[in-house]
Write a protein that binds this ligand. Structure first.
Ligand code: ADE
Length: 352
């Protein structure tokens, strides 16, 4: 059946259900949180997937679930251990919010995730997408779960040129989907939409319309607009910051310090570093104590969501160190105990 060009958005979306569900039946990837969709597993996986690709998440997910198999384990985990489990995923506040929410669940919900979108939304770190994903995937409650994947699919199906980076557009899609989501198949329906967005109507590059069960309905495809839709306002340019990082050795141990509790990378450990680029001849002036050797290391760059760090670095050997500002870790502890943000990866790798 060729869909009517004059269809209302709701009618067009209603027509997705059958093809979407049968496609999902035959094409869903086998994923650990799909095989056993317990609420806790769905929650952790969705938080991890907000920042990282499915393939990269898998090993983190397995490690996290083995280390903290119950919500009560997460509620009690020591912060440093939690951050170590999260190391490499970035956005560490997401891990901290998981723990805060777990504590609330233990105190107020007998250690279970509540079976209602409204209650889920009140937990730290859970916004409308995650609440919808947990409610629908784990409990089959018919509520939408609109992430970037779903925004792309739906705006193409509808041929909508509205800017998907706007909250108001996301809310509108949520309202539309609420009206058409099947009352008895929300888990497969939402995962089907997410899956099409992840593997067919892909985020970068041309969509694979030949493989898409919704192609027959898709206004963007019919009008040749898949290159223009979705419309997404360009992000503000990131601020570029120069920094100089010091790998200071003292008798086989390396200097670390804890970052402040607020702001970028709050509460994480780091190699001492200063704003700006320090030239090799001036490094001594930044240190408390006399270095026996200073070696320039390769420069590196790290991109955060709003800032870029452009780093120079030096390896510094200090037979006697006068300051008290640092804690000293041997290379084994650096690997096993302290969680250094990915921003320092180029230098953490040099510490053996
Ligand atoms: N990306 C975000 N959530 C996902 C999910 N539940 N399955 C696959 N990819 C996803």
């Amino acid at each position: 059946m060729e869909p009517e060009t004059g269809w209302l958005p709701e009618e067009r979306l209603k027509a997705m259900e059958g093809p979407l569900l049968s496609w999902y039946e035959g094409h869903a990837r086998i994923l650990p949180w799909r095989e056993q969709p317990e609420p806790y597993r769905v929650w952790v996986s969705e938080i991890m997937l907000q920042q990282t690709r499915v393939e990269a998440v898998k090993p983190y997910f397995h490690r996290f679930m083995s280390a903290l198999p119950q919500i009560s384990d997460l509620a009690q985990v020591e912060e440093d251990r939690l951050l170590k489990l999260w190391e490499g995923l970035g956005y560490y506040n997401r891990a901290r919010n998981l723990k805060k929410a777990a504590q609330i669940l233990v105190n107020e919900y007998q250690g279970q995730l509540p079976k209602s979108c409204e209650a889920l939304l009140k937990l730290p770190g859970i916004g409308s997408y995650t609440a919808g994903a947990i409610a629908s995937i784990a409990y089959d409650i018919p509520v939408p779960a609109v992430d970037g994947n779903v925004l792309r699919v739906i705006s193409r199906v509808l041929g909508s040129r509205e800017d998907i980076s706007k909250q108001s557009v996301k809310r509108k899609m949520e309202r539309l989907l609420s009206k058409v989501i099947p009352s008895n198949d929300a888990s497969r329906y939402n995962q089907g939409l997410i899956e099409i967005g992840a593997v067919v109507c892909i985020p970068n590059g041309a969509p694979l319309c030949g493989d898409c069960p919704l192609a027959f309905l898709c206004a963007a495809r019919r009008e040749g607009l898949t290159g223009e839709i979705p419309v997404k306002a360009p992000k503000k340019e990131r601020k570029k910051e120069k920094r100089t990082v010091f790998l200071i050795w003292n008798h086989g141990r390396i200097a670390l310090r804890k970052r402040p509790d607020k702001g970028l990378l709050a509460g994480l450990y780091e190699f001492p570093n200063v704003e700006g680029w320090i030239e090799e001849n001036d490094v001594g002036r930044c240190l408390e104590g006399k270095p026996s050797k200073i070696v320039a290391l390769p420069q590196s760059k790290h991109i955060f969501s709003h800032v870029e760090w452009h780093m120079k670095a030096y390896e510094i050997f200090m037979p006697s160190y006068a300051g008290k500002a640092y804690l000293w870790a041997d290379p084994e502890e650096l690997k096993e105990k302290y969680s250094l943000p990915g921003a320092f990866k180029a230098y953490t790798e040099l510490v053996r």
